[in-house]
Design a protein around this ligand. Structure first.
Ligand code: F6R
Length: 577
């Protein structure tokens, strides 16, 4: 997590520019913010970037670095905010990642008399270089750092008086953007995608020195040539326009986003999805790997493939190596919106060591997960700014439905975007009313079976992260094995009932009989649901039901006045284990 940005410009620009660029990375963390300029200025504080921007005085600069923090080592305090400096204040750094052996490094530096001001692991980097510069140049010091440091890092470093940024990384993402009159260094392309579409991606243990031009080096300090890549990223969808929050804007973009992915799978990405299908057929074992919301998409992937007689499994990324054996006959399919989730990356590195084939399904092009894959498909949902995944989940599921459809699953995807729009148009105001009656609840249970089980989990996750309500999404059949004890008069239970799913109906009756307040979401009119979703009777119901859950989490959170786009303690790109 954490977002870092650096600018080296040929002309003077305002410090607001670096903060504006940083704001584009705010979804990576938003506990604290700060920047450093090469005249020695360091400004930092806790809180959000917009407030910080209002408070700090504008200054012109040509070389600067900035950081938005998601705390790992050390609380949310001004001292722990980045940038960090050495004892003299001449060396300034921002860091994303975790230096695992920082205590060992710090103790050595303390013995030499260095004075530390924060509780972070990151500060050790500035002092390390101060110490090294006593007897070597900075380039050699970076190669030493890469050899000595354990853990993950993307670091930007400047020295007072120099128009130059030193940048190095391992496992945390870092990319150089090449503009007309300036260079950008950023945790991801979104930091500069409004300024340029040309970028160079750092590989692990590489470093670069950027001033009027740029030079890249390997870990031993040998210069290397790097390819400049052009990327495409949806510019038109970035502004919040007239919506109160990005979350509702992004939910309302779902129809458009789905149309884009289905079109692309029919055209530009058609060869790729056919190739994926071939790889699935050839593999002896197929395993999806993902975290959070993307994991629920993966579970649906297993369900869809099962319907067409293809066996697969879905494993939570952080548990991957404990729960599966992989070899050269295994196909691992990673699903990740950001393409940067560390748990997923680690699982893929493990799978790669065992010679498994790797396919990824990502939203962000050129992301780390995409770059280590043998084949990668893009879900083309456009930038998603709200921390909670909404339209990206719908596009992940749509892609998986398309894959199952290729194998014979009878589902009409040509009208999916219209069904999505109808679901929103026909239900939004009713969901808003429901939210007014639920926002004081502490717990909400969400039940599903088969197709609707992953959706129950996803709706519960949305309730937790956005509405701060304990949502429990579970298999209807599991109720009687324990959880039923918690159902009492008035307990809210959302029941997801697929057309003619009589077992799910029985589970719904079981909670009704215990006095639960049941909210039925179904595509079966006969059962008289609270939300009748007129999708056809096929798997599209999963998508429509998810949308009701997304809207509900949104309107409950709005009713409670919560920070919907940036929920507490969370970040969009989870680059720590
Ligand atoms: C929930 C949410 C997270 C992510 C998870 C994986 O709304 O957004 O649970 O789904 O952190 O992220 P990606 O898909 O980027 O790997």
């Amino acid at each position: 997590m954490c977002g870092i940005i650096g600018i080296v410009s040929q002309e003077y620009v305002s410090s607001k520019e670096i903060l504006k660029a940083l704001k584009r990375l705010e979804y990576r963390g938003y506990d604290s913010v700060g920047y450093a300029l090469n005249d020695g200025t360091v400004e930092k504080d806790t809180g959000e970037i917009s407030d910080f921007m209002r408070r700090t005085k504008e200054k012109n600069f040509r070389t600067g670095i900035a950081h938005t923090r998601w705390a790992t080592h050390g609380g949310v305090t001004r001292e722990n905010a980045h940038p960090h400096t050495d004892c003299s204040g001449d060396i300034m750094i921002v860091h994303n990642g975790i230096i695992e052996n920082y205590l060992e490094m710090k103790n050595k530096l303390l013995e030499k008399g260095h004075k530390f001001r924060s509780e972070t692991d990151s500060e050790v980097i500035a002092h390390y270089f101060e110490d090294k510069l006593n007897n070597m140049d900075l380039k050699d010091a970076i190669t030493d750092f890469i050899k000595e440091a354990k853990g993950t890092f993307a670091v930007l470093m400047i020295k007072k008086g120099e128009d130059r940024i030193y940048a190095f990384k391992r496992d945390s993402p870092l990319v150089l953007g090449i503009g007309e009159k300036e260079f950008y260094l950023s945790s991801d392309i979104y930091g500069f995608s409004d300024k340029t579409d040309r970028a160079i991606f750092f590989n692990d243990d590489e470093f670069a020195v950027i001033d009027k031009s740029y030079k890249f080096y390997d870990k031993d300090g040998n210069e290397i040539k790097k390819e400049v890549k052009r990327f495409q990223w949806g510019f038109s969808e970035e502004e919040k326009e007239t919506y109160d929050h990005y979350m509702i804007k992004e939910i309302k973009e779902e129809g458009k986003a789905v149309r884009r992915i289905i079109n692309s799978l029919n055209n530009e990405q058609h060869e790729k999805i056919l190739k994926l299908n071939k790889m699935i057929k050839k593999a002896k074992k197929v395993a999806f790997v993902a975290s959070g919301t993307s994991y629920f998409a993966a579970l649906l992937g297993v369900y869809f493939l099962n319907r067409v007689d293809v066996e697969s499994q879905a494993i939570i990324a952080s548990e991957f190596r404990h729960f599966i054996r992989v070899d050269e006959n295994t196909l691992v399919i990673a699903i990740s919106q950001s393409g940067e989730t560390m748990d997923v990356l680690k699982a893929l590195k493990f799978a790669k060591e065992k010679k498994a084939k790797i396919v990824s399904i990502v939203n962000v092009p050129h992301s780390s997960i995409q770059r280590i894959s043998d084949l990668s498909l893009e879900i083309l949902a456009g930038q998603e700014i709200c921390v909670a995944a909404t339209k990206t989940f719908i596009n992940q599921v749509s892609l998986l439905l398309y894959l199952a459809n290729l194998n014979g699953l009878n589902v009409n995807l040509n009208n999916l975007h219209r069904r999505i729009q109808e679901t929103i148009d026909n239900n939004e105001s009713k969901v808003r009313q429901l939210a007014k009656t639920l926002y004081r609840e502490r717990d909400i249970y969400v039940l599903g079976r088969g197709l609707t089980y992953p959706i129950a989990r996803e709706i519960a996750l949305k309730l937790k992260e956005i509405s701060y309500i304990h949502g429990e999404g579970m298999m209807g059949g599991e109720l009687k094995h324990g959880t039923l004890a918690l159902i009492e008069k008035g307990t809210p239970v959302i029941s997801l009932i697929q057309h003619e799913d009589y077992e799910m109906l029985s589970n719904t009756k079981e909670v009704e009989a215990r006095g639960a307040r049941v909210i039925k979401i179904s595509n079966d009119e006969k059962i008289n649901p609270d939300f009748y979703l007129k999708t056809s009777k096929d798997e599209k119901f999963a998508i429509a039901a998810t949308i009701i859950g997304q809207l509900l989490a949104y309107y409950i959170a709005k009713e409670k006045g919560l920070p919907i786009d940036k929920p507490r303690n969370l970040a969009k790109s989870v680059t720590v284990e």
